[in-house]
Structure formats: C-alpha cells, structure tokens
Design a protein around this ligand. Structure first.
Ligand code: FAD
Length: 494
C-alpha cells in the first residue's frame, strides 16, 4: 500500500507519480490518493484560485469514485499529517510529483525528514513539465537565462507520450476513506471555501477538472491552434487555449496538451501549401508557436528553480536601486490601475477583465504591466501581488517571469528603453476597440478612433463622448522620459 500525495497535479490520467505508485504496488497492493490542505500554502491563496482548486478536487474525487476508489482529504501540516496517514493505512511509502518553487521545496524537505523519522519510504517523480529543471542547460551546464537558446533545445528534445489512467484495481478500495482517523480533519468530505478562510470570488472562474480541461483543449485544437500565430496577440479574437489554470493545477498533463498539438500539426502538414499566407504564417507555424509558449512555461519554471529568490528580488542587478515612485500620488495611481480607471482604455479593459474573469489575455498582461512599471513608475512587486490576488492561473514562476520581463529586471527581459505606448498597443491589437467595448461599457458606443486617441481629445470632447470614463491619469510621453531617466540613474548613467 502506498499513499499518493496530490498537490498541483489534480488528475488521475497522465500522472507520472500516481502511475508509478500504482505500478509499484502491483496486484496485491493499492494506492490511497490524498490531498492535504496546508495553511502555509493557503496563506498564499486567493478566492478565485481556491474556488478553482476546490472544484478541481471535487472533479478528481468523482474520477476516483467512478473507479471504485476515493480521495482522502486532510488538513494540517503535511509533515505531520502524512506520517500519521501512512501509519493509519499501513502504507510503506508516500509518493508525489515534484514542485519546483522555493517554498514548495522547503516544505517537501521537511516532509522527507518527517517520513524518514517515521520509517516511511518516499519517492518523487517529475510530472509538471516535459523537461525538468536542470536538464536543459547551456554547454557549461548552467540554467538558461535567454529563452531562444532554451527553446531550440526544448523543441528538439524528444517528448514523452501521455498515458492513461492506472487500472482501477491498483487504486484504493472504496472503503479506504472510512479508515481515516487522524487528528487533523480527514475523510472524504471537501471543506467549503469559507471553511478554508476565503470568500466566494466575485470573478467568474472557469469550470475545473480534467473533463473541462479536455474540452478546452479539444476546442482549441479544432480551430484556434491553426491561427494562433496570427491571432494570439489580439485579445478580441479568442485565439488562445485558456489552459493556463489547468496547467497550473495539473487538471490536465502537459504531455496530453503537447500530444494534441502534435496531432494538429500532423493534420496541418497534410493540408495544402496554399494555407500558408504571405508572411509565411501557416497552420504548422502556428502550432509551433503555441508549443513555444509551453516552453516559456518551462523556461520560467527553471528560472525560479535556479533562483528561488526572484519571487521578491530583481533577477537583474542594476548599479543602483531603481527609484520606483512610492509617494501618495503614486499610491493613488496604483489604486486607479487596480480598479481599471487610468483613462487608458486598453489598460482599463485588461484590469477589469482580471477582476471579472480572474484571467487576462497575455498581450494585455504585457500592456498593463508595462503601464504600471514604465508609465506609473511603480515597483513590479505591486503588480505581482495584485495579479496573485486575482488570477486563477497565478503561477509563481510565470507570474514573476512576466512581471520581471515587463519591468526590465528579469531574465531575457524587455530592454529598459523599449517602452510600450498604450495607445499604439490598443490601436494595433484591438483595432476595432471590441475588447475595450466588452470590458469598459462606458466606451462601448465611442468610435474606435476616439477610443485610441482618448488621451488627445479635449476634456470637453471626452465628457461629451463618455461622461463616466476618466481622463488619463498621467501623460504617456512625459512618463516615458521619466522612466528612461529612472533606469539610466539605476544604471549609473545619470
Ligand atoms: P496560451 O497562449 O494558450 O498558451 C498556452 C500555455 O502556455 C498557457 O496556458 C501557459 O501555461 C503557457 N504560457 C503562455 N504564455 C506564457 C508566458 N509568457 N510565460 C509562461 N508561460 C506561458 N501565465 C500563467 O500561467 N500564470 C501567471 O500567473 C502568469 N502571469 C503573467 C503575468 C504577466 C505580467 C505576464 C506578461 C504574463 C503572465 N503569464 C502567466 C503568461 C501568459 O499571459 C498566460 O500564460 C496566458 O495569457 C494564459 O492564457 P492561455 O492559457 O490562453 O495561453
């Protein structure tokens, strides 16, 4: 008998650790799947993520029940709960999949010590990524800090295939949950969101669970994957997979996602050449571009693994500290940014999408992050914390990577002198202002031209067009100059 400890892998299919646990026990043993609500982890939670996690756990429990098994849930410190559960079930080992963030690794080290002390074996597997941190390195054996080189190696390396659910008999017998009697809350009942100390999110959070993730993947591979290269930057075109929350919680495995895109690739290759447009963009290129986003995820995973301190510190050192603004006006600007009332339509649309859907389109994440750091001159950590509170897909590695990229403090970051112009970005990527109209109803009947030149209109004209929508809180050109000086000072050039 083995315990399998679920963490960020809330699925039974294509789950390496779970399959290994089931294989190892053979026919005469069983696997008891366990999830532990850990208050130290919950301290980093937020309503949309806890909602998604609870829904994903309910779906996982149903998947186990359909197989005549059940999910055991407990609450407490895993270093105490797991040895107790192992004792209760007479399990000889606890098996889990690696989590690569600094906090998770510290916790896992404590769990290992506790299991060793209790005489319980433990075994870990790599599951969340195709190529685990430390396996794609420079020729000197260092982790990559530049994506392009990482990507080339990642792309060319062989990928493992997904595999199916372990056979039902190898999972636990249905009555196992009744056996649980540890001090911590344990059993097969899931707590409510309020039991865990959270309120229901205001945002509409996506449906959770492997079935929902598979539906999203199938829908994406039917159509959008073929126009991804051309359309992915246009938020109104809905050309991306929306799988980030599934990949964060592991309701679907990365092998399954990749295999589906390889299938799409094979179909695309079989299509006529004339599906390639003038820019050389075509279905095959689109699929590869999508796969490169999966590689970005693994790139940032290895950045965080090699540099756990980047969660709170700049990856890139400047000569002097960056003098981010932090006076009262800056804090008022921060509040306006969070609430989507900066008077820059594309920025406000993004920030409102975040609060409404616990999600934001990637291009718009880049725009709002650039706006916070380069137009408002506010420390990226404010933005990271806000995203962490609101995103269902918040993932320490990707969120941090995205923020430090925008702030010009990260690995392979945007150079400090490349500053997005929020109006031009809006004009280019939301030309018909459809995305703006969806999230900023005050501007829904304003023409795209006026939306994109909002900052240039007279105050009178703005009042006439959209009396409820704010004037720009800062002047982009002026702030751009200030941002350049701020970075030059940090570089010791001014
Ligand atoms: P798709 O375009 O369909 O991409 C497929 C998958 O690839 C995504 O689900 C995601 O797992 C991965 N991916 C895509 N783009 C990136 C990227 N730039 N970096 C790393 N992985 C990527 N992504 C998160 O998963 N969690 C975060 O907390 C997060 N925070 C971000 C913060 C900022 C400031 C920025 C600029 C980007 C952030 N991203 C984050 C990356 C990206 O915006 C989202 O992964 C993407 O928008 C999710 O939508 P999708 O699933 O439809 O993406």
């Amino acid at each position: 008998m083995r315990l399998f400890w679920h963490r960020r892998d809330l699925r039974v299919a294509d789950n390496r650790g779970l399959a290994a646990a089931a294989d190892a026990t053979g026919n005469d043993g069983a696997v008891v799947p366990v999830f532990v609500f850990d208050d130290d982890v919950l301290a980093h939670g937020a309503p949309p993520r806890v909602r998604f996690m609870l829904d994903a756990l309910a779906a996982l429990r149903d998947d186990y029940r359909e197989r005549g098994s059940d999910l055991v849930v407990a609450r407490g410190d895993p270093a105490e709960v797991l040895p107790e559960l192992a004792d209760e079930f007479g399990a000889e080992a606890v098996v889990w999949n690696e989590d690569y963030s600094g906090l998770a690794r510290e916790r896992d080290a404590r769990v290992r010590v506790a299991l060793d002390a209790a005489g319980v074996a433990r075994e870990t597997h790599h599951d969340a990524v195709h190529h685990e941190p430390g396996t794609i390195t420079t020729n000197q054996g260092d982790p990559y800090a530049v994506f392009t080189y990482f990507w080339k190696k990642w792309r060319d390396r062989e990928k493992a295939d997904p595999f199916d659910v372990p056979a039902g008999d190898d999972l636990v017998d249905a009555d196992a949950a009744d056996l649980v009697n540890v001090d911590a809350v344990a059993g097969d009942a899931l707590p409510s969101i309020t039991d865990l100390g959270f309120v229901e999110p205001d945002a509409d959070v996506q449906a959770a669970g492997t079935d929902a993730a598979r539906d999203r993947l199938a829908a994406f591979c039917e159509d959008a994957v073929y126009r991804y290269g051309e359309d992915r930057d246009y938020p109104a075109r809905e050309a991306t997979s929306r799988l980030s929350t599934d990949l964060k919680w592991g309701t679907i495995g990365v092998r399954e996602v990749y295999a589906a895109t390889e299938e799409a690739n094979a179909e695309a290759a079989a299509m006529a050449d004339d599906t390639v447009d003038d820019d050389g963009e075509g279905p095959v290129a689109s699929v590869e571009e999508f796969q490169s986003q999966l590689a970005w995820r693994e790139f940032y995973t290895q950045v965080l693994w090699a540099n756990p301190e980047v969660v709170t510190q700049n990856y890139k050192d400047y000569e002097r500290p960056i003098e981010w603004r932090n006076d009262d006006t800056a804090m008022e600007h921060l509040a306006a940014w969070k609430e989507g009332r900066t008077g820059y339509p594309i920025v406000d649309a993004g920030m409102r999408q975040l609060t409404e859907e616990a999600y934001m389109h990637n291009r718009v994440r880049m725009i709002v992050a650039s706006f916070l750091t380069k137009d408002l001159l506010l420390d990226w950590r404010h933005g990271y914390e806000h995203f962490k509170r609101h995103l269902a897909d918040h993932d320490t590695a990707n969120d941090n990577g995205g923020w430090q990229w925008a702030a010009s403090t990260g690995t392979d970051a945007q150079p400090y002198f490349r500053i997005f112009n929020p109006m031009t970005q809006g004009e280019r990527y939301d030309p018909d202002a459809e995305y703006v109209a969806e999230y900023v109803p005050e501007l829904a009947s304003v023409s795209p031209d006026n939306v994109h030149s909002w900052h240039e209109l007279s105050v009178g004209r703005r009042r006439q067009l959209a009396p409820e929508y704010p004037d720009p809180i800062v002047d982009h050109s002026e702030m751009r100059e200030r941002a350049l000086s701020m970075f030059k000072r940090a570089r010791g050039e001014e």
